[in-house]
Design a protein around this ligand. Structure first.
Ligand code: SF4
Length: 407
């Protein structure tokens, strides 16, 4: 990964390419207060056309992998958010149920671009259609709708790349499209083979949009930029997730002098992280895990004025450099061959869920679902894995910490 921020600066002018409109209007607290049963947008969040889907959506999408509160969903709708990302996996299907209730009560199903994902049963071959239709039927029931705007394979991994090239999977999704139960097809991904997977999506001919991990730390890598170039040429809808890159801070690093100044002026690192992704002009929607109204308000403000000043770019770059040795990029191909079977990238992702996003129970659940051999043992020597990490992460200490906090 390049450490330069020149690319971001060079590309700032491209934001107009994607943003249909942008305003820096302040968002009042009253605009976020829902009135039960009557939800009218009170904001002018910028909208975008999502690649070859041709559909319009707001550049800010609502992530739902937490114990979603109906009043918060309604507040987001009232504030103007028109893109919702969920999954049958989130809160063991509860997120879909909450969304279904709110969309039915408010009568706003047709006003939002709704994405859900099949979390289980990602299969290829002759049984593909039956398997995907079964999972989809459950989601449609819970979401109380007769169609999904875009149906995803959830968290596609490198070892599943063959699914994108499998004619039975392609036929299965095309059949679901023809039935009217889904309008478009896609997947989410934060796997270490992300560039390869994105390239396959651009080439396979049946994927309409993708949602990938993308933030100010990962966006400058040559391999992901080449893959995204292919995706853009294929006119895929491009959605970013995990845009924070740990912007909110790591407990080892206190805000630097400049960052403290940033914060003193009322500017949030979290907002800078979103602005960085949108200002680059490649990603069309940012899906953000907003869990309270302050976050909603801040994210909306960031989306309405996505351009970063040079000073803001410098400050974010300082933060990136100061914390680069603490943020796991998920590139397990470097460290895992020397880790004796321990799934370093997965474990450090769960540790981030716990420590940065405060999702301790989800992190524990995921950690404990890993096979014993993929987790830490006291006797394990991770010094070789640590030496192999190009970002200088203290792998052994972090894996130990994950074991203590999540095991
Ligand atoms: S520990 Fe280092 S090499 Fe391993 S996945 Fe994380 S950033 Fe990549």
């Amino acid at each position: 990964m390049s450490g330069s921020n020149e690319t971001g600066a060079r590309d700032l002018g491209r934001r107009e390419f994607l943003l249909a409109s942008a305003g820096a209007a302040a968002i009042s607290a009253s605009a976020l207060e829902p009135t039960l049963g009557q939800t009218t947008s009170t904001s002018s969040l910028p909208t975008v056309t999502l690649g070859k889907t041709g559909e319009k959506a707001t550049v800010l999408g609502m992530g739902t992998s937490w114990s979603l509160q109906p009043s918060f969903v309604q507040a987001a709708l009232k504030a103007g958010v028109r893109y919702i990302d969920t999954s049958e996996n989130y809160e063991n299907t509860l997120a879909e149920k909450v969304l279904g209730d709110v969309l039915e009560r408010t009568g706003m199903r047709k006003d939002v671009y709704l994405v859900t994902k099949n979390g289980r049963g990602k299969v290829g071959g002759a049984g593909a259609h039956a398997a995907y239709e079964k999972r989809l039927t459950g989601s449609l029931d819970r979401l109380k709708t007769d169609y999904i705007d875009c149906y995803y394979l959830h968290g596609i991994e490198g070892r599943e790349i063959g699914l994108l090239k499998d004619p039975d999977v392609k036929a299965a999704f095309e059949k679901l499209k023809k039935s009217g139960k889904i309008k478009f097809c896609g997947f989410s991904c934060h796997d270490r083979r992300l560039p390869e997977i994105v390239t396959a999506a651009a080439e396979c001919g049946w994927i309409d949009q993708i949602m990938i991990q993308y933030n100010y730390r990962t966006m400058l890598g040559d391999d992901i930029r080449r893959a995204l170039d292919a995706a853009r040429k294929a006119n895929l809808g491009l959605v970013a997730m995990k845009t924070q890159g740990g912007a909110g801070g790591f407990r080892e690093v206190k805000p630097s002098g400049k960052f403290q100044e940033f914060v003193d002026k009322g500017f949030k690192k979290e907002q800078a992280a979103i602005k960085t992704v949108l200002a680059e002009g490649l990603m069309q929607v940012v899906v953000s895990e907003m869990t309270n109204r302050d976050m909603l308000r801040e994210n909306m403000a960031a989306c309405m004025a996505p351009k970063l000043s040079l000073r803001e770019q410098e400050q974010l770059e300082q933060h990136r450099q100061a914390t680069a040795h603490l943020y796991c990029h998920g590139c397990g191909q470097h460290c895992e061959p020397a880790a004796g079977g321990v799934q370093v990238a997965e474990i450090l992702r769960y540790l981030r869920y716990d420590e940065v996003y405060g999702k301790t129970s989800r992190a524990r659940e995921l950690y404990r679902a890993l096979p014993e051999s993929a987790r830490v043992t006291d006797a394990l020597n991770l010094s070789a894995a640590e030496a192999a990490c190009p970002h200088g992460l203290p792998v052994a200490a972090l894996i130990d910490r994950a074991s203590l906090r999540l095991g």
